[in-house]
Design a protein around this ligand. Structure first.
Ligand SMILES: Cc1ncc(COP(=O)(O)O)c(C=O)c1O
Length: 366
């Protein structure tokens, strides 16, 4: 029995009839870009997260790019974030012409070490991007208090945290603006690229709306220098269906995490910890261990897919080797990249498959 690391096709099959009907409805409507489906999805997703505005955009990377531009961030500005993230968090910053500044991560929750945040703030700092990595929120209480003290924007990267909560509020409702990806394997995934930008701030909302469509305030008349980054009607129609199942699906992910907790008896492995007051949605189930590659290969030989999120921190990748501030002081980030391993976790994974992964890992240690 092969156990795949992820299987977006299985999710399509779970909702095949509804999805096929929704696609047919869009095709028959003849309206394919920024129509009723996008409008309804934006309203429903904003209500789900608990903010007043949502805008569908082309991808998670685009969501971050637009959010930064909406905050008027550009050349000469600095944005503090983590190096232990998808490269998109950082590339969105450089795309604006701004400079990323890297802060180290917490060893237990893998998110921004907010105790080290304030020391990195300079007169050029315009924003901070906490990443809710693997599906649980960063320490937002601390992020918000530091940001307010220094009057900088908080841009939440929620690409891995659809439905996650901190102190009973959804990730994405804390900052000035927040960014989602709907890449197919995300907790809320499209069948292509997609993303969203959310905010409670009217001024930022106006700018986001303009930026995603050529800066148009009315057709063919650009008020600001925007471009094209739109969610399409088919993706929005599919996301509307899947949004109804997001809480259930996150519950299934938590149940799988509960089965993986059986690995506690393997004392060589550190299991993921849940931050107090957080509701983890387990986009990824990431364990830590020494000699990680040996277990990875053993699992591969037993038909079990794993991945590493991420094998090389962004500041050590060839594209980003230029010395961004903070790059020389990321010991936890650098150590973590060598020790982490992501096990399969998605709603359609059967209990027996998860139990099999646990059993194979236990066998490895006897
Ligand atoms: C933390 C994080 N930020 C940003 C992105 C970028 O999203 P997208 O792939 O939709 O551009 C991703 C997805 O890979 C992500 O995991």
């Amino acid at each position: 029995m092969m156990i795949y690391f992820s299987s977006p096709k299985d999710q399509y099959l779970s909702h095949k009839k509804d999805i096929n009907e929704a696609i047919a409805k869009v095709l028959d409507s003849g309206w394919y870009i920024l129509g009723n489906e996008v409008k309804c999805f934006e309203r429903e997703f904003a209500a789900y997260i608990g903010v007043s505005h949502a805008f569908g955009v082309g991808s998670g990377t685009e969501a971050l790019h637009i959010a930064l531009k909406a905050c008027n961030i550009g050349p000469g500005d600095e944005v503090i974030t983590v190096s232990h993230t998808a490269v998109a968090t950082v590339s969105a910053i450089t795309l604006c012409g701004a400079s990323p500044v890297f802060v180290d991560i917490e060893p237990d929750y893998f998110a921004m070490d907010t105790e080290k945040l304030e020391a990195l703030i300079s007169p050029r700092t315009k924003a901070v991007i906490p990443v809710h990595i693997y599906g649980q929120p960063a320490n937002m209480a601390k992020v918000i208090s530091v940001a307010q003290k220094h009057n900088i924007f908080v841009i939440e990267d929620c690409a891995q945290a659809h439905g996650a909560e901190y102190k009973n509020r959804k990730a994405g409702s804390f900052g000035d603006i927040s960014c989602y990806s709907f890449y197919p394997t995300k907790n809320l995934g499209a069948v292509g690229d997609g993303g969203a930008v959310l905010t409670n701030n009217e001024e930022l909302a106006t700018r986001v709306k303009l930026l995603r469509e050529y800066g148009w305030a009315e057709r063919y008349i650009s008020y600001i220098d925007g471009w094209n980054s739109r969610l399409d009607e088919i993706q929005a129609a599919i996301l509307r269906i899947k949004l109804n199942f997001l809480d259930d699906d996150n519950g299934k992910r938590r149940k799988i995490a509960g089965i993986y907790a059986g690995l506690q008896s393997c004392t060589n492995i550190t299991l993921p910890e849940v931050r107090p007051d957080a509701n983890h949605v387990y986009h990824l189930y990431v364990i830590k261990l020494q000699e990680r590659d040996k277990l990875l290969n053993y699992l591969k030989d037993h038909g079990i897919g794993t991945l590493i999120h991420y094998p090389v921190p962004v500041h050590l990748q060839r594209a980003y080797l230029m010395k961004f501030r903070g790059s020389d002081n990321l010991p936890v980030t650098e150590r973590t990249a060598k020790e982490i391993l992501s096990l399969p976790i998605y709603p359609e994974l059967e209990d027996e498959q998860v139990e099999k992964v646990v059993e194979v890992i236990k066998q490895y240690y006897v």
